[in-house]
Write a protein that binds this ligand. Structure first.
Ligand code: ATP
Ligand code: MG
Length: 422
């Protein structure tokens, strides 16, 4: 007996019954991003491991333990992408795009991280991301907040908070790092194992620790805000001023440092309390040094990524469903003569009507069972091609969701009827 085949833990199927909500979200998102002048890009799912190590940083959760990597027979180490920014930066450099002017792009796709699967945390998950290259001003950072804020509104979401912080220039960040090492080293006995390791590699990440026993220590830690360079302080003031004119509420969270190494200046997260521990649905920040670090010309950049599974979970938690605005028609074909004609008719209907779903019966069952199928498909109308209709070159329209009368019309008249209806 062969073993039952199954998907891999932490990697999910999207079932037909659930995909409407995903399509609803994806459609809203790409329309919105495009309306702000962002262009869609697609990069490979696999890149050289080095691309991710250099971009994300050695001392991060992702590179330390979450990447799916393997060796090719020629010795190259390759990885499944754990996030979208590294590949995007690689693409910008490889194709020299920032030379052509400011680049505003968006992407959407599967990401892979070897994490412990739980609600809102998977091994294959999906992100939609926005990135802007070549624009140093806080106006762009604020535009990203404007777009995401508007997305939550368009989707009808509530209870989402914007948290922001600034990490200063990379020099300010480096000297703050030393200050933190001093502080945590003199309190070493209060650090857990993870934090002891991070003390050497990535002390800012200690601020991110959720360990309840360490909260007092963290709350009393020196604040980066107090060690900010003048330009970054101004940049942060501008960022906040833009958010104010946009009427976007925010809270300053000085512990927000983000997991990745590459950030400087603005960092932000959109969070909710409706999803338990996995409450961050969107996160990002400025990464002015990364393009140069990856081998390109110095190019300021800022970006964010939305976790789509978490966004969908939040929509479900808030009982938001995809509104079906499409008219659905089910063609009922009670006899064999109707089959050829029904194909022709379905084709004409598709060509004549926009935004319509047409189910052309393929069960070839009894009249009664075809009507049942039409109801199950949630069709608004049945279009009946019975014997009489065939003989008279007509169709009958039976409304399935109202008590209106059944009509018998020519196909042209039927098309006009549906056009007026939509
Ligand atoms: P977390 O602290 O939750 O692990 P992160 O800092 O690792 O998040 P990012 O790398 O900033 O996350 O990714 C951006 C967004 O992608 C997150 O805010 C989240 O919504 C989503 N995300 C990250 N990892 C996962 C995952 N394993 N499963 C589902 N969504 C994820
Ligand atoms: Mg993580």
């Amino acid at each position: 007996m062969s073993k039952k085949i199954q998907a891999i833990r932490g990697m999910n199927d999207l079932l037909p019954k659930d995909s409407n909500l995903w399509m609803f979200v994806e459609r809203h998102m790409s329309d919105l991003f495009a309306s702000y002048g962002y262009k869609n890009i697609r990069t490979p799912v696999v890149e050289k491991t080095d691309t991710f190590c250099r971009a994300i940083g050695q001392a991060t959760d992702i590179v330390e333990k979450e990447m799916y990597s393997w060796k090719e027979s020629n010795g190259d180490s390759l990885s499944l992408r754990p996030e979208g920014t590294a590949g995007c930066v690689r693409m910008m450099i490889e194709h020299n795009l920032p030379r052509e002017g400011i680049q505003k792009v968006f992407y959407q796709g599967a990401m892979f991280r070897h994490e412990r699967p739980q609600k809102g945390r998977y091994r294959q998950f999906h992100q939609a991301g926005l990135e802007v290259f070549g624009a140093p001003d806080a106006k762009v950072d604020a535009e990203l907040m404007m777009i995401t804020h508007s997305l939550w509104q368009k989707l009808g979401l509530k209870n989402i908070t914007l948290e922001i912080n600034t990490l200063g220039s990379s020099e300010a960040r480096a000297s703050y790092r030393d200050i933190l090492i001093d502080y945590f080293s003199s309190n070493k006995n209060q650090l857990d194992e993870d934090s002891l390791r991070r003390l050497e590699t990535n002390p800012l990440r200690i601020l991110d620790s959720k360990n309840p026993a360490m909260q007092d220590l963290i709350n009393n830690a020196p604040k980066l805000m107090a060690h900010l360079d003048e330009e970054s302080a101004q940049h942060f003031e501008q960022f906040k001023a833009y958010l104010d004119v946009l009427n976007i509420d925010f809270v300053i969270n000085t512990r927000l440092v983000r997991g990745l190494d590459y950030y400087n200046r603005s960092v932000f997260e959109w969070t909710t309390t409706d999803l338990g521990a996995q409450g961050t649905i969107c996160a990002g920040g400025r990464y002015d040094g990364l393009v140069e670090k990856m081998g390109g010309k110095p190019t300021p950049a800022v970006g964010l990524a939305i976790g789509l599974e978490r966004l969908i979970l939040l929509l479900e938690a808030q009982n938001i469903t995809a509104q079906q605005s499409q008219l659905a028609i089910y063609i009922v074909t009670p006899n064999n003569e109707a089959q050829l004609k029904s194909m022709q008719m379905a084709s004409t209907l598709h060509q004549s009507l926009d935004n319509v779903i047409i189910y052309n019966d393929i069960t070839l069952g009894s009249l009664k069972s075809q009507f049942k199928k039409a109801d199950k498909a949630d069709a608004d109308f049945a279009l009946i091609l019975g014997e009489e209709e065939l003989n008279n070159n007509q169709v009958s329209i039976k409304p399935l969701k109202s008590r209106e009368q059944q009509l018998t019309l020519s196909l042209d008249e039927a098309i006009k009827y549906f056009k007026d209806y939509t």
